[in-house]
Structure formats: C-alpha cells, structure tokens
Design a protein around this ligand. Structure first.
Ligand SMILES: Nc1ncnc2c1ncn2[C@@H]1O[C@H](COP(=O)(O)OP(=O)(O)OP(=O)(O)O)[C@@H](O)[C@H]1O
Length: 590
C-alpha cells in the first residue's frame, strides 16, 4: 500500500535535508540572538543619556572609546543598532534561501510520488476521478501545501524561539507586564485557531468550485467542434458561465471573510497592545519601572507581532494544507493495476492466448463481459464481431492489459495475466484504436512515441505500409509537422493510419485492430490491408470490425452478444447456421 501524505510524511521528507535543516535552524537562532536585544538598545539611552543615569552603555563606551556628548552616545548606539539590523537582514536572506530550497524539494517529492503512483493506476480507477480533478490536485493543492511547508519550515521554530526569548527579556524587565503577555497571547491564539478552521471550510468550497469549473471547461473545449456541430454553444458555454459564477461566489466568500477574520484576530492583538501600553504607563507611575525600559517594552510589543502573526498565518495555511492533503490522498487511494513479475521474452515472435471464463464489469450494476472462453493460437487471424455495446472494445482492452478482469483468466504462453508484468505484455501486444488520440507534438514524435533512435528511413517505411507516405510528404514540415491538440489538424482516417504506422514501428507479436480502419474509404482500406499482409503474416491478429470484407477471411470468427460469446467458427460454417452471424451477413449484403 502506498504511504499516504501526512504531516509525519512531510516531516520525514524535511529530514531528508537534515544538514540544511540544522544549518538553517542554527542561523535562525543566531539571527534571533542578534535581533532580540535591538528594541532594548536605543530606549535604554533615554535613562542613561536623557535622564542622566549612566549605566551599561555610557560606562562601557566611556571605558572603551572615551567620554563624549549626548549626540556622541546616541550616534554610537544608533550605529550598533543599524549594524545589527543589517546583519539580521543578511541572515534572513540566507535563512529564506535554505528553507525555500528544502520546501521546494519536499513539494517536488510529493509531486513525484503522485506521478509515480498515477503511472501505475488501474484504468477503471483513473476514470473514477477524471483528468480535471487530478490536474487540480497536482497543481493547486500541491502549491497550497508548498506555501504551508515554506512557512512552517522557515518560521515555526524561529517564531517560537523569538517568543520565548522576548518573554524572558520582558519578564526580566517587569514581571507583571511579562506575565500579562504570556497569558494573553495564548488566548489570542486559541481564538485565531477557531477562526482559521472557518477559513479552511470556505477555502474548501472555493477549491471545489474551481475544480468543477476546470473539469467543465476542459470538456467543453475538448469537444468544441462537436458542440458547434450540434449548435449547442449557448447551452454549453452558459453551463460554464454558471460554474464560473460559482467560483465568483465562493471566492468572494473566502476572500472577504478570510481577510475579515484575519483582521479580527489582528484587532484583538491591537487591543492587547493598547492595554499593555496603559499598564506600562501605570507601572512607571507607581513602581520602579524606568521610562527607558517602558519604551523598550513598547518596542517589544511591536517586535513580538511578527512571530505571533506568523504563527497565526501558519494556522490558516495549516487549515488549507489539511484540506489539500485530503484531496491529494484521493490520488494515492486509486488502486494500482496488478503487476506480476513474469516477463514474455523481448521481441518474442509467438504468443498463444487462452481466455478462460473471463468476466468483467465497469461497475457493480452490470456485467459487461460474462464467462467468455476461447483460444487464439500464435499466428492466427481472428475476428470479433457483435452489436454496438456488446463488449468488443472491452475485451480488446482486457487482452491488452488496460483493464483488469474481475474473474476467470487470460494466459499468454501459459502465463496468467496476474503473474505477467504489464510492461512486458504491452511491449508485445499492440492495440490500434478506432479514435487514436495524439500528442500535440510532431508527426515523428507521435509515430515513434518519443523514441529518438528510430531512423527516418524506418519511419517512412512504416508510413508507406500505413498509406500515409504521400500525405506526410505533401506536408510543409513533413515529419516535423505539429498535429495540434489530440491530433486535431489531421483527419480521422489520417489519425488511424498514423496509429497503424506507430504499430508497425513497435513491431509486436500480437496486433489488435479495434475498428482501426473505420474512417478509411474501402479502396484505401483494401490497399492498406494488402500492404500490411506481409508484415502481419506471422503475427497473431485480432480484428474487431463491422465490415464483412474485413471479417470474412479470418481463421476464426467470434460473435459477442450482450457481453456473452454466442457463436464461433469460420465464415463458411457460421454462414450456414441460423444466428447472429447470419443476421450480420444479411445486413451487410443489404
Ligand atoms: N469506460 C467505461 N466505463 C463504463 N462503462 C463502459 C466503459 N466503456 C464501455 N462501457 C460500457 O460497456 C459496454 C460494452 O462497451 P464496448 O465499448 O466494449 O462495446 P463495443 O462492442 O466495442 O461497442 P462499439 O461497437 O459501439 O464500439 C457498453 O454498455 C458500454 O456502455
């Protein structure tokens, strides 16, 4: 079982960069040690210089650099403060650099893990989520997680340590004020946490609306041509507008309420700040707290705002990250396809296929294939026919290892599909689809599937057999012509022939044609099969077809009806029997 994304898992990834993590935290601690005294320095001069009570600074400056005027002391301490701020800034940049690198590593690892899992996911499972939501998970949700990791890795420990250091200094300066801060801060944080949960729910709504819109618009754009052909632009685009409207509503709710909630938390903090100030004044009036230290306290109250705000923001992003993790884990919940260890020999020439009591359903309500058994010997040419929806494509997909059977077995040279490595299976069985979908890349890429080792000569040879040579020769960029998204710039027949050229290059032992020439005219189809004859001679060929001419010469014909195998035999035998095949022949003759 694939390990889920959890906070523990994220921590594990963070600790894979242990050295950088420790270095980053060390520099953070040094930066805190440098920054914490800053608010104390200049206010101390109020007492030592303005109120003429020389102490630490004046005494030490006198001893080290000699006496001087008020300007002299103020200038020296100001210089020290500016210098410390500069160092703090430089350390801040280094810290950001280290932690950004670590967090980008973690988000990359998460994306890599998701992609590695997706690669192995079972087709049925993949279809249950759809490409739109998986895309959103990989982009938006991982980014949400990224923001959270950056802020936690770089600010969590720093904020806590700064708060502790400041608390110590404040308590040392004045016990009452210090303790007040220590009590009031957690209360503010608890209130903020409750608010953060509400923001998380709103974010969830917004993300859902974005996902629905993304799925809808992807589909509308993919089917743009068909929508236009059915004159349904208004309907489909209005649907998309409605979904976009929903984003407006949910985004509006999230954005304004999350800002309002954030401001509310901040206002509570400011309330506390004013109370601290009032208490400071009272303490100067009624206790031995000096004016200079009171100013220092005010400085610390401002100083403390950044780490407190950081922790508050971390709570908001934690709420969003938790929601993102839940959605990301849905990808990891998708079951992977069974993958056995046995392999068919590379470039094997002969594969016997034996299908035994095979059953399959896409969902629990209906059995798509029921108890099908037949054998295909190596080199045999078989045809599968049947009414639309009878399960022909499904059986082709199962034989090629795209969908996993529910029961029964398929044996390839006596090796059960459960024990067979899927890559090895697909290397030797090629399914030529009716509607091949192409990459928005060059013809060459689509034929070779990115394999640069295949020579132009070999590609042109395949194109000639696939009846596509002249078409490609007449294209301005020839093999470098870009085919458009899903191959939109090619006709249906050209796409089918390109897919056949891809099959010729792959040179498998078993070829399955699933209505792969349905878009071709009879003349081109006849020429194609005649040119393919030599290439297919020794191969096992399974043809799914609607045309009698394609089926007639098969060594064996299997007839499917409603997911069941109802007839099998040669054309001459089946033609003599009453049944589906005879009906099929009659229809073709008409
Ligand atoms: N991905 C899918 N998810 C759910 N049901 C599906 C899926 N693909 C096909 N089906 C259903 O399975 C049944 C068999 O479909 P299949 O595509 O195998 O039929 P076919 O005989 O190849 O049809 P055609 O000749 O029209 O291509 C049909 O009822 C179809 O609705």
């Amino acid at each position: 079982m694939n390990e889920k994304i959890t906070l523990k898992y994220i921590l594990k990834l963070l600790f894979e960069n242990k050295k950088s993590l420790i270095l980053g935290q060390l520099i953070t601690i040094i930066a805190i040690v440098i920054s914490v005294p800053i608010p104390l320095l200049l206010p101390l001069l109020v007492d030592e210089v303005l109120l003429n009570k020389p102490d630490f600074f004046v005494n030490n400056i006198n001893e080290l650099l000699g006496n001087g005027s008020a300007f002299y002391y103020i200038a020296i301490v100001t210089f020290i403060v500016l210098f410390l701020r500069l160092i703090y800034f430089i350390f801040g940049v280094i810290i950001t650099k280290i932690f950004t690198k670590i967090s980008k590593y973690v988000t990359f690892k998460i994306r890599e893990k998701l992609l590695n899992h997706l690669e192995l996911v079972n087709m049925n499972e993949y279809e249950s989520l759809g490409s739109g939501s998986i895309g959103a998970n990989l982009v938006t949700d991982v980014n949400t997680l990224d923001n959270f990791i950056v802020s936690v890795a770089s600010k969590f420990i720093a904020s806590i340590l700064t708060l502790i250091a400041v608390a110590i200094v404040i308590i040392k300066i004045d016990l009452i004020l210090g303790l007040m801060i220590l009590f009031i801060q957690p209360i503010i944080m608890i209130i903020s946490k409750k608010i953060a949960n509400k923001t998380g729910l709103l974010k969830k709504e917004e993300n859902k609306a974005i996902e629905i819109f993304q799925n809808n618009i992807n589909e509308t754009l993919d089917l743009f041509g068909q929508i236009k052909a059915s004159n349904k632009e208004k309907f489909f685009f209005q649907e998309s507008v409605n979904k976009a409207k929903n984003i407006q509503i949910t985004s509006n709710e999230f954005n304004y309420k999350s800002v309002a909630y954030e401001r509310f938390s901040f206002t509570i903090f400011l309330f506390a700040f004013e109370i601290f100030r009032a208490v400071g004044l009272v303490l100067v009036a009624y206790s031995d707290l000096s004016i200079g230290l009171m100013f220092a306290m005010f400085g610390y109250i401002w100083f403390i705002m950044t780490p407190v705000q950081d922790i508050l923001t971390m709570q908001y992003s934690y709420a969003s990250a938790k929601a993102a993790i839940n959605r990301i884990n849905k990808i990891l919940d998708l079951k992977v396809e069974n993958n056995g260890e046995k392999e068919l020999e590379k470039d094997i020439k002969e594969i016997d296929i034996s299908i035994k009591n095979l059953s399959f359903s896409y969902n629990e309500n209906k059995k798509t294939l029921q108890d099908i058994s037949f054998e295909i010997k190596s080199g045999e040419k078989v045809a599968i026919i049947g009414a639309s929806g009878s399960g022909k494509t499904t059986i082709a997909h199962i034989i090629s290892g795209f969908y996993s059977k529910n029961s029964g077995d398929i044996l390839y040279n006596n090796i059960s599909i459960d024990k067979l490595n899927r890559q090895s299976l697909r290397e030797n069985i090629f399914l030529v689809l009716q509607m091949p979908i192409l990459f928005n890349n060059s013809l060459r890429f689509n034929i070779t599937m990115g394999n640069d080792n295949i020579s132009n000569e070999k590609i042109y040879e395949a194109l000639k057999i696939a009846q596509l040579f002249e078409t490609v020769e007449n294209m301005p960029e020839k093999l470098d012509t870009i085919v458009g998204k899903h191959g939109i710039r090619l006709s249906g027949g050209q796409r089918q022939r390109l897919s056949i050229a891809r099959m010729i290059i792959a040179n498998p032992a078993v070829v399955i044609f699933d209505e792969s020439t349905s878009a071709l005219d009879v003349h081109t189809e006849t020429k194609l099969f005649s040119d393919l004859e030599e290439f297919l001679k020794s191969k096992t060929v399974i043809t799914i077809a609607h045309r009698l001419s394609t089926v007639k010469n098969a060594d064996m014909i299997y007839v499917l009806e409603d997911g069941k195998l109802v007839q099998s035999g040669k054309h001459e035998e089946l033609e003599e029997q009453e049944g589906h095949y005879l009906e099929f022949v009659k229809k073709q003759l008409i």
